[in-house]
Structures are given as C-alpha cells and as structure tokens.
Design a protein around this ligand. Structure first.
Ligand SMILES: [Zn+2]
Length: 449
C-alpha cells in the first residue's frame, strides 16, 4: 500500500511539472541573428539552461506550457555583443553588461588587474560579468612598454614567453609594438605548435609581414602605414619609444597615397588576417584636445577612481601633442576609413573592438561608438552588427557565440529600436541576457550609484 501511494504521488508530481518549466520564451521581436542574413520579423526564441533551444517565427512553434513569456513586439533582438579589443579592469565588468557586451576579448592590462583572475571570477560565478577570453600579459620587446608586459630580447625568449602563456592557460597571445620580424617568426612558430592565436599591435613589423607570418588579427590597423609608405624605416625606428611611434604612425596615415592604401588592404585580405580597426580609439585621440569630452554623456558610468579613462591630462603631457598633431590625426581619419572600406570590399574579416578602458573610452558604450564609426567608414548597419557579434566569435574560435540559433548560448540584447535602419539604435537597450539570465540595465546601474 505504501509503495502504491508513493507511485501515485510521483505520477502527480510528474503531471505538475509542465514541459515549459525553466523555459524563457522571447516572443514577437524582430531577430537579427548575427549571421549577416536578413532580419526575421515576429520571431520566437525559446531559451533553456543558458542555451537557445528554438529560433523560429511566432506560430511556427508552440510555446510550452509553464514557460515564462516575454512579449517583445516592436523590439529587436541581436546577439550579445563581443568587444574584440578590451583591456578589462574589475570596475568595468558590469559596465560591459549594461551596454549589452556579453563577451570581451581582453588584450592585456597595462595596470595590475589580472585578466586571468578576472576570467576565473566571472566563470566561477563570483562576479557577474561578460564571458572573458584573455591574452594575459602582453609580449613586447625590451624594455617592455608596460611594467606588466613580458619583454623578450631573443627568439628563444619569445618562445619561452609563449610557453608561459600556454601553461598559465591564456586564450590567446598579444604581441606589442617592439616585436621585430625576427622575434615574431619565433613567437608564431611556437604559438602555432600550441594552437594559440596571436593578436598583434604592431610597430617594428609591417602588417603584411605579420599577416603572412600568421597572426590572427591586426589591432588598431597598426603596421599598415609601414606596409604602405615608400620607406618604413623611420616608423620602425620611432617605435623604440611607444608614444613617439604611435604619433609618427598616426600622422603617417594622413600622408599615404590612396592607391597604396588600397593595394595593402587587398594584400592583407588575401591572407585572411582579421582586422580590429578600433576606429573609436583613432577618432577619440584625434579630438583629445577638446576638453568637453571628459563630461560627455556616458562618462557618468565611469567611477572617479578609474584613472585609465579619465587621465587625459596625463596622456597629453606625456605625448606632448600640439595643435598641428591633432590636425594631422584628424586628416588621418579619412585614410583609415578608406582602408576599412577597401579591406571590406576585398572580403576581409572586420571585428569591432573599442580599446576601452583607455582614455575617454567608456567600457561598453565605446563599442557602440565603434559600430557607428564602422558605418560611417562604409559598412552597412547589419555588417557593423556582424562585426560586433559573429566576427568577434570567429576571432575567438568560439562557434557557440555571436549567432542566435538552436544550440548556441543564450547571450543576447533586446533593443527598443531597429538598428538595421539606424545603427544608433543599438544603444537603446531594454534587456540583456547573459548565460540565459535576463538583466535590466537600469536595475544593475542602480547598484553602483
Ligand atoms: Zn589596446
């Protein structure tokens, strides 16, 4: 008799457990799924256990009984955004989320925050934040630009630095401006053996040499001027010092021949190297002489103690830039945009990255500024969204990210507007979902103010 009652109870419990328990149904929005295809209206997404179970049209699939239904008519869903060039600091972690950035590609901190420690804290759930892929400390020549970087003087030391990163468990390797072609060859050989992708901020190596050696991505378009200028030697030499190298290279863009820019763009696209232009960095530096930028909308998200974003005066003092420098930086922007356009036309992979939290680059917000600048340069709004989603996932070799389809992770952003019509609509964020968890940006913001 007792056994019989138990069995009946079990049957009753099974009947109460509706098939939709634990399912979130997102119903009625327009879906931009990240693949670059046409938006789908009246979409239905079913999310369970942090993954997309179903991506269909409303009425094509029945919402299971017991599901939590969120009606999103009039809204647009895009995949969670991927910032392909970030320097993640602890304070910034939640800022990324409120701006819909659910994955960051961390390219090494110049300060003391360890990308590896932050990645662990987020993955273990002790910190609410975006998925983190990290390069750990950068590999540079000697002396290294930042104290936290590893300086290498010989090919052997270059190999050793790559080995150290493999042991530490980094997701990729970041090389910096003082790496010469000779050091690069050793680093690339070791990284290929260990299957670690290499992100390159170049200085003493030109972009074509680096791309042919197999780097995964060109950061900031650095090394392009060296490849397109008639004589790269002065640029290589200026990169003995970081700011001198940056300044000469940035001004060098302004003097490039447009045919040379097109030729380099085609040669690079043919190597299948990825490009992370960080136009927002170039644009911001070209206007750094404008003091009103320190109080522009969005800066209220940045705590007073966040020196990296706010230290404009310090950078201006260290760099010694004069009005003529800023004029050249502003002229350079047209050539940089032309390069992005030619690279796209040649079929090159473009990923959106911000370089936050460097000067005036607000974590999260600056990725939306990057998407807008990519559109100004010649991408369509859908291409800019793909650059900030699917293309970023490709650089990370993470095929479950950056696209909303069955089996992929449930990282997405619900927008109040239509970004296919106007890219600025990516900033009108109603909801963010990360790992299947829904977040209201305003509620999260209230916890810091
Ligand atoms: Zn950077």
């Amino acid at each position: 008799m007792r056994g019989g009652r138990g069995a009946a109870l079990a049957l009753l419990l099974a009947a109460c457990k509706a098939p939709g328990d634990g399912v979130i149904a997102l119903e009625g929005a327009t879906l931009i799924n990240g693949s670059g295809g046409r938006p789908v209206e009246d979409a239905l997404l079913l999310v369970k256990a942090g993954h997309i179970e179903v991506a269909a049209r409303v009425n094509e699939v029945k919402v299971p009984r017991g599901a939590s239904v969120l009606s999103l008519t009039g809204k647009t869903i895009i995949p969670g955004l991927i910032d392909s060039h970030a320097h993640v600091e602890r304070w910034a972690i939640e800022r990324y989320l409120v701006w819909g950035v659910t994955t960051v590609r961390d390219l090494g901190a110049s300060g003391t925050d360890s990308g590896l420690a932050l990645r662990s804290a987020v993955n273990l759930g002790s910190l609410l934040g975006p998925r983190m892929f990290t390069a750990g400390a950068m590999i540079d020549g000697v002396p290294p630009t930042y104290p936290a970087a590893t300086g290498v003087a010989t090919p052997g030391q270059g190999r050793q630095a790559v080995d150290q990163r493999a042991v530490a468990g980094t997701d990729l390797v970041k090389i910096y401006t003082k790496i010469t072609p000779q050091l690069l060859a050793a680093i690339m050989d070791e990284a290929a053996t260990l299957r670690l992708p290499v992100a390159a901020h170049l200085g003493k190596t030109d972009a074509i040499t680096a791309a042919r050696a197999g780097v995964e991505s060109l950061e900031h378009m650095a090394g392009v001027v060296q490849a397109a200028a008639p004589d790269p030697a002065p640029y290589f030499q200026a990169h003995d010092r970081f700011l001198a190298g940056w300044t000469l290279e940035e001004k060098g863009w302004a003097g490039l021949d447009s045919a040379a820019v097109a030729r380099v763009a085609r040669a690079l696209a043919a190597t299948h190297v990825g490009l992370v232009p960080t136009l927002v960095l170039h644009e911001t530096l070209s206007r750094l002489d404008n003091p009103t930028l320190l109080s522009r909308p969005g800066m209220e998200d940045v705590p007073a103690a966040a020196a990296s974003v706010r230290d404009v005066a310090g950078l201006l003092q260290r760099a010694g830039w004069r009005p003529a420098d800023f004029q050249a930086f502003r002229r350079a922007r047209a050539r940089q945009d032309q390069f992005v356009r030619e690279f796209k036309r040649a079929g090159g992979l473009i990923a959106a990255g911000s370089d936050a939290a460097n000067q005036l680059l607000v974590p999260g917000l600056s990725l939306h500024e990057e998407m807008s600048l990519l559109v100004t340069a010649g991408l369509t709004p859908l291409e800019a969204i793909t650059a900030a989603t699917r293309r970023g996932a490709q650089l990370l070799r993470a095929d479950s990210l950056g696209v909303l389809a069955p089996g992929k992770v449930a990282d997405l952003v619900v927008l109040d507007g239509d970004p296919a019509k106007s890219i600025g609509a990516t900033r009108r964020i109603a909801w963010v979902m990360v790992r299947g968890r829904l977040i209201r940006p305003d509620s999260l913001r209230r916890t810091w103010h």
